[in-house]
Design a protein around this ligand. Structure first.
Ligand SMILES: Nc1ncnc2c1ncn2[C@@H]1O[C@H](COP(=O)(O)OP(=O)(O)OP(=O)(O)O)[C@@H](O)[C@H]1O
Ligand SMILES: [Mg+2]
Length: 322
């Protein structure tokens, strides 16, 4: 197992309130495995990924739980060891590319920074020319047109799609073992979404990376992952091999989520999911989906369902299967 999260609780604090977002999340990634996380907006997907690298915003607190990465206990690891993991082993593609790029430095300086660290740690002492050549190759690998101009640009001088590719290049350079991709294409126009996805997919396979792909684009998760988790309001609702999850979803939420996904072939627009996510300041005591669930029973409101193993590859948290 490369990564194993157990019973993770994450809260955000504001002056007046505590938002109890992640509520005992678990997740496992085997070596070489591609894992998807799906769930509607606000369900805690980004919070989950940021917790793994301990890069939550300042008001985000990991209250409880365990994160084991490659045999290391992330939550009790020193900051310098963590920094090394972030720079060399685990790369992250952020939902918002500007969040990952520094607006005041040219692209090449940001790439040099990553490359220098990587090359020095491999016992090399790169010259300026070597750094330039390597940075150019990084940008060529992500199929950026006119990479020399991009190297000499500031992030604001690039289009959204170009910034996204620069960030992907950076993430893939840091990702020797694990890639965390958070909605890697939401900011892109549809014509290049597909290209970027293929690009990520090919690079992941070529480097034999493990990956977590977070998205509400279900088709993408279906195509690109081996196993998937369904997150709703900070709780894992279901886990299965991707094929089984999409073809035989068991949890009512998964069933509704999958059937409400817009399909080009279907007639008209699907209804979507009625209701909204619960208030994280005062979340339901039992199943967090109970208030919206068409099958909810009285115990759903009071008792949080334990994970139930339907078969070796399929787990669901629902009292219907108790
Ligand atoms: N810094 C913060 N302070 C307070 N609440 C926050 C903070 N960051 C996120 N949240 C809240 O935590 C919840 C989960 O947010 P998160 O960004 O993890 O969801 P998500 O699943 O990634 O959503 P999306 O699909 O829209 O990206 C949301 O209700 C959000 O408002
Ligand atoms: Mg998000």
């Amino acid at each position: 197992m490369l990564l194993e999260l157990t019973n993770l609780h994450v809260h955000y604090k504001s002056y007046w309130y505590v938002f109890k977002v992640l509520n005992g999340v678990w997740l496992r990634v085997r070596r070489g495995e591609r894992v998807g996380v799906i769930g509607e907006s606000g369900s805690g997907k980004t919070t989950l990924l940021k917790s793994i690298l301990k890069i939550l915003p300042l008001n985000g607190m990991i209250i409880r739980g365990e994160i084991k990465y490659d045999g290391k206990d992330i939550l009790n690891l020193g900051e310098s060891k963590l920094a090394e993991i972030r720079r060399r082993e685990v790369g992250m593609i952020f939902q918002d590319p500007m969040a990952a790029l520094n607006p005041v430095f040219k692209v090449k300086d940001q790439l040099y920074d990553i490359l220098k660290y990587k090359m020095i740690s491999e016992g090399r002492n790169p010259s300026k020319q070597e750094l330039y050549d390597e940075a150019l190759k990084m940008l060529t690998d992500v199929k950026l047109p006119d990479p020399e101009r991009v190297l000499n640009s500031y992030p604001f001088q690039l289009s959204g799609g170009m910034r996204q590719r620069v960030m992907i290049a950076m993430a893939l350079t840091s990702a020797e073992k694990l890639l965390l991709a958070d909605e890697p294409t939401t900011n892109l126009d549809v014509t290049i979404q597909d290209q970027i996805l293929k690009l990520i997919h090919n690079l992941v396979i070529q480097k034999n990376l493990s990956a977590i792909l977070v998205s509400h684009a279900l088709g993408m998760v279906y195509q690109m992952t081996d196993r998937a988790y369904v997150l709703y309001a900070g709780d894992i609702m279901e886990e299965a091999s991707t094929k089984e999850l999409f073809e035989k979803p068991k949890h009512p939420y998964t069933q509704i989520l999958i059937s409400s996904a817009p399909r080009l072939s279907s007639k008209g627009i699907s209804e979507g999911i009625k209701g909204k996510l619960p208030d994280y300041r005062n979340p339901p005591a039992g199943c967090r989906f109970a208030p919206r669930c068409p099958y909810s029973m009285s115990k759903c409101n009071t008792i949080k369902p334990e994970p139930i193993e339907l078969n070796k590859e399929h787990i669901t948290c629902c009292h219907l299967y108790g």
